[in-house]
Design a protein around this ligand. Sequence first.
Ligand code: FMN
Length: 192
Amino acid sequence: MKKDKAQRIAILNGSPRPRGNTAVVLGFLTQELERGKTILSKHDLYRLRYRGCAHCDLCKAREDEPGCALKDDLQKTLADIARSDVVLVASPVYCWSVSGCLSAALDRFYCLFKESGKSLMQGKRIGAVFTAGGDAFDGMDLCVAMMKKLSGFAGAEYVGTLAAAGCGTPEQTAKRADLKRAARPLARALVG
Ligand SMILES: Cc1cc2nc3c(=O)[nH]c(=O)nc-3n(C[C@H](O)[C@H](O)[C@H](O)COP(=O)(O)O)c2cc1C
């Protein structure tokens, strides 16, 4: 954890279960992140009220701020993303994709990409926590590929994934030493 300045980390959790597998695995990572000079802000997406992007393009008139015209609970999350050094998304794999609430939030990232080509995500580090009942190729692979594409488009660096395939109950997941071990190097890479 080399950076002098405290690293701001916006965490978007797209699991509906506050004590589910995603929360458990995200906990392994946040525990490691908290060891460094970090400021963590957590956005529990399922508890927020918002819609997906309306494609009204009103955000394109604002160069230096998200400027999304949908005045709902996601405004604070979008503003937080714009001022963070790191964006961490977490989700269960649902139907070979991320959860609906994370998907709708990712659509709203549209306001961070301006007509001029400017990206309010430029240079940020991005990481993901995915949990799944199936194996790594039962949808988690597609979630990782999507996040890599999004990061590339945003001019951000996709740093890595804490991938929890084959999850059973949260109690079983809490005992997964492999995930606890994998959390430390990812945390180090995320804070640069
Ligand atoms: C609606 C739904 C769809 C799911 N789809 C998939 C899937 O496509 N692939 C997979 O591996 N697991 C799938 N699962 C299993 C979840 O990804 C897994 O149980 C996850 O760890 C739940 O996370 P949570 O405890 O944070 O809610 C699905 C579960 C639900 C409820």
